[in-house]
Structures are given as structure tokens and as C-alpha cells.
Design a protein around this ligand. Sequence first.
Ligand code: PAF
Length: 273
Amino acid sequence: MQVVHTVAELRATLQAARKPAFVPTMGNLHEGHLALVHRARELGDVAVASIFVNRLQFLPHEDFDSYPRTFEGDCAKLRTAGCDIVFAPGERELYPEPQTYKVQPPAPIGDILEGEFRPGFFTGVCTVVMKLFACVQPRVAVFGKKDYQQLMVIRGMVRQFALPIEIVAGETQRAGDGLALSSRNGYLSAGEREEAVQLSLALKALAERVRSGVDRAVAEADATTSLARRGWQPDYLTVRRRADLQAPAEGDTLVALGAARLGTTRLIDNLEF
Ligand code: PAF
């Protein structure tokens, strides 16, 4: 496995690649990321992972400074997972000048749900992903379904800019109790870790109630109240249609999405049903 820190090194290393398959990450890797790398290995002739904590997608009060930087451990995991190239640019390499050109997703997908509670988040994500795509020039890129809305936003960006990149979705990996694996799970105290699975259970209950005919708004409000009673601070628990995350109509295929804070840790999860 080669570790490169500059765009020039990356391009030289990738010169002979026919079908680079790419997994962008912010490091602090867990089995969920490694499953994406395994998928990338199946899809391309060279598997590339990036590690870059992207300042642009954090709000001023969020955890950019404290976000765990675990570079050595991440490289060891990537090596074991069969990654061929790790691209780990410093901030000056990726943003040598202030990044004033940005990629802003349209409001109907970019400003709802995560975009409502984290304004500017998807502009930060799209901007860095566009830039990473320009550096790596992958033919295929793998994104986890755990970040469901992010996956949709990236698909839209790739489609509208006619980028020659196939976007592949990787299934969410879960701990034994059902908690979706996330880099932020490491922030949870032991007690919070036990409680954390309740977000996915709440989404499951919400999906079941909507499926059995309970009014969507009532089921969403009940799910939100139940989680809040357990001490969570929910941002949203909602059922949307999968196609564009708007309010569903009869016959649409559905997804339940949720985001809630447990103590100081904000968790997200989703369930297609
Ligand atoms: O999902 C993430 O880890 C990040 O949003 C990504 C796609 C690596 C962009 O910084």
C-alpha cells in the first residue's frame, strides 16, 4: 500500500491505473469504511482511499478541531483491508488558497434534513468531493448508505456535472446490537453507548407504524417524543420517499431517516422499508 500526500504523487502513482475505485473518508476508520474499501477492490483495478478532515463541512461550533485524527491506525486498517493507495493531503495541499469556488447543491435536497440542521454542510461535502474526484479521477466511487442524504446529493452532483464516475452505495454496517457504525460513536460514554441503539429502534418502530397505516405526521411526532422522553434531543425522525427525500405519495418506496443528539454526540441513521 502506498501512502501519498500530494496531488502530484497521487497522479504519478495512478498513471497506469485503468479503473481506480475510490473511497473518500475523514479517517478514524471503522468496519463500515473497510467494507467500502472491500467493495472498491471488487469494482476497480486499484483501490484508493482518501483521509482528509474537511474543514468546509463543519459549522463553527462543531467538532472539526476535536475530530479524532488516527492516521497510523487508519493506515494499518486500510493495509489489512487491501487498499492500494491512501491519499492523505494536508490542508494546504487540498486548499492552497481560500476555496472560494464552491459546489452548492440545490435547496430541495441540500437544505432539508441534515442541510437544515447543518447549514452549508452539503456545500462543504460537495466541494471537497468534487476536488477529491479531480485529484483521484476515479471511474467508480463508493459511499456508505449510513449517510443516506449525502449519497443522494453526490449522485445528483455527478449526474448534473456529467462526471464519468459510477457512484456505488455500500450497506450500513452495524454493531451486534444494531447501532450503525460511525466515527462519532467513539464520543459516547459507556451508558450512552448502551442507549445509542434506540435511534435505530425508533426508526424501525416508525417505519412499522407508517407501513401499518398510521398517519405519517402522527407516527413521526410520536417517534420524536418517545426518543426525547429517553433523554435524546431529536433533530428529526421522518419518513420520506427514497427518490428525492421529499414527502411521500401513495406507492412511493420509503426511507425513515433520523438525527438526534445523545449527550453531546449527534447520531444519524436511516432505514429503507
Ligand atoms: O462521509 C464522509 O466521511 C465525508 O463527508 C466525506 C465524503 C469524506 C467528505 O469529506
